[in-house]
Design a protein around this ligand. Structure first.
Ligand code: FAD
Ligand code: MG
Ligand code: MG
Ligand code: MG
Ligand code: MG
Length: 552
């Protein structure tokens, strides 16, 4: 027992000198990873075996290939094909798996507080000790304080996908019953998606494909014009973090496919049989509307897990972002003892001080002109230069800042055509608050996990013969390895049998079969194992031959 709460301290590793494996890692530092998602798994994939005692703690015993989750909801892919047992992944590094939930971290004692349910359903708590800890617990769906979300469906985990699939099929079956009234049938066949980000858009596209391709064959009683798909988006465009051309393409595509897109609209309440939402009119007024619905998907973004909220609170002034845990550029959790705790993936963000960077850029500009920065009047052409510089240095910012030009006009309050220092300060504040967040994508979590693995490998090599205690001292991170840099490789969204690519610099849109295969091959390459790849290939082949699997 030990720690502030005097809970049992669990040594996950059995000291077994008969086993070669265990002898090899006996005196190695204990590396504990919280979460077996994109970030955690990328780390495990690239870590050298036997450099660390590896323990993964997660309530889920599988890795989930999230980009394909929308396809699984409508039976294009089998749910089983999207998951990979975490124990399989860990075995390469001879690690251990503890199926439990991290509740808290005692930074000074280096203990993770963990909870688990015993067979009687009582909660058991204990500590797992670490030398190095990686927090990669991801995020939770953001409820935005909306009423009646227990009537909505989410799309975050494999169980969610299963529930959605069963609900969609159930609605179709009910709608076929001869006793069903016309109104009730139309309601059952009205599918509403709240959230016009990639998840909502991909789900809408998959649903539309299902309704179009398989329905007439398997549910001949249903009339296509009785089915409706509605996408509710709070902004003025769907896929609004993508390039304008991409969101325009997606909107046109949906218009042609008769997916109704309701922009400038916010869901206020989800009732069992209808959605209440407000829509902003051209004159700025809000009108409340209703939409009968047989199904509602809630996919309006993510927020912090309970664990991360607790950690941020505990670390007080070191943590100022309300959406994610802040790390330094070596991905070390700000406020925790240096080099002990790292945070990666959706749960984290790297502080990059864009505002500082811009200010030093402006100082240089003022200096070149021989003027005082405080009295500098920034013209639009200067601003373009600043914007270009920011885009180059902070490529992850491009998505958030695609309207940099418009910002200038917005912050030029007196419409003088120049920004004075006060106006500029306001603008920088807004930019900084937006830019501290890296995108919540698998791509980013993967890059960060990969980065940590490389660094940890290097640390272990340099510290051969040293004990865990030696490794802890000093700023080893900066000494052995470079800072983390995010590389934006473009975003990808799937829109009904054609893929939309947004590759950062420029954009390209492709349609037809070629696009589908390009899209699939991107995910094939990202997919974690040969096992998963084969299963997906078989699913696609099966769907091609026999249509979707419509059993619940
Ligand atoms: P996750 O992958 O969510 O992993 C978190 C892990 O932590 C899980 O294993 C979870 O069980 C575990 N965990 C949670 N709480 C605790 C706790 N208290 N203690 C211990 N473990 C815990 N991104 C893209 O780049 N491209 C896409 O096409 C794409 N499509 C997506 C589609 C859908 C439907 C969804 C939901 C997401 C999609 N994403 C996509 C986003 C991507 O999945 C996330 O950005 C990514 O999963 C983040 O990785 P992570 O490791 O931070 O978190
Ligand atoms: Mg993870
Ligand atoms: Mg995951
Ligand atoms: Mg994470
Ligand atoms: Mg002005």
């Amino acid at each position: 027992r030990g720690g502030p709460k005097n809970l049992p301290v669990v040594e996950v590793f059995v000291d077994d000198s008969d086993s070669d494996e265990k002898r090899r890692t006996k005196n190695k530092p204990k590396l504990v990873v919280l979460g077996g998602g994109w970030g955690g798994v990328a780390l495990l994939k690239d870590l050298n075996p036997d450099d660390y005692h590896v323990t993964v703690i997660s309530p889920a015993n599988y890795f989930l290939f999230t980009p394909m989750l929308p396809s699984a909801t409508v039976g294009t892919l089998e749910l089983r094909s999207l998951v990979e047992p975490i124990r399989r992944i860990i075995s390469r590094v001879h690690g251990h798996f503890v199926r439990a939930k991290a509740e808290d971290i005692e930074f000074s004692d280096k203990l993770v507080e963990v909870s688990q349910l015993d067979p009687r359903g009582n909660e058991v708590r204990f500590y797992v000790p670490y030398d190095k800890l990686v927090v990669a617990v991801g995020s939770v769906t953001n409820p935005h304080g909306v009423k009646g979300l227990d009537n909505a469906f989410f799309l975050k985990d494999i169980d969610d996908a299963r529930k959605i699939r069963n609900k969609v099929i159930h609605n179709l079956e009910l709608a076929c019953l001869p006793t069903m009234s016309d109104d009730e049938r139309k309601r059952l066949l009205s599918f509403v998606i709240s959230g016009g980000g990639p998840t909502g858009v991909e789900f809408a596209a998959e649903l539309f494909d299902l309704l179009n391709e398989d329905l007439t064959r398997h549910f001949p009683r249903l009339l296509r014009n009785e089915i409706s798909v509605h996408l509710i988006q709070s902004r003025s465009h769907i896929l609004n973090t993508y390039d304008d051309a991409v969101s325009k393409y997606a909107e046109e595509r949906f218009a042609r496919d008769q997916v109704q897109v309701l922009t400038n609209s916010r869901v206020k309440e989800v009732q069992p049989d209808k959605i209440i939402f407000t829509q902003k009119q051209d004159d700025g007024s809000l009108v409340t509307k209703e939409l009968p619905a047989g199904f509602c998907l809630w996919s309006t973004g993510v927020s912090q897990t309970a664990l991360c909220q607790k950690l941020a609170q505990k670390l007080g002034n070191f943590q100022t972002n309300h959406h994610a845990l802040e790390t330094d550029t070596h991905l070390r959790l700000n406020g925790a003892p240096l080099g002990d705790v790292y945070a990666i993936g959706d749960c984290s963000t790297v502080q990059n001080n864009v505002a500082d960077h811009i200010i030093s850029f402006l100082r240089t500009l003022a200096w070149k002109r021989g003027s005082d920065p405080e009295t500098l009047q920034l013209h639009f052409s200067d601003w373009r230069q600043v914007a270009q510089d920011v885009k180059k240095r902070f490529p992850q910012a491009v998505n958030h800042l695609k309207r940099l030009d418009k910002l200038f006009a917005e912050f030029d309050k007196d419409q003088s055509g120049t920004l004075d220092f006060g106006e500029l300060r306001e603008l920088l504040n807004q930019i900084d608050s937006k830019l501290t967040s890296l995108p919540a994508t698998a791509q980013r979590a993967h890059q960060q996990g990969h980065y940590l693995a490389r660094k940890f490998n290097k640390m272990a090599r340099l510290s051969e013969g040293l004990t865990a205690n030696d490794i802890r001292d000093g700023d080893l991170d900066a000494a052995v390895y470079k800072a983390f840099e995010y590389h934006h490789l473009g975003s990808l969204a799937y829109i009904g049998n054609s893929a939309v690519f947004d590759l950062g610099d420029g954009w390209s849109v492709a349609g037809g079969l070629w696009a589908v295969y390009a899209w699939r091959s991107v995910y094939f390459a990202q997919s974690v194992s040969f096992r998963t790849r084969s299963l997906m290939a078989m699913d696609w082949a099966k769907r091609g031959l026999f249509g979707r699997d419509l059993m619940s």
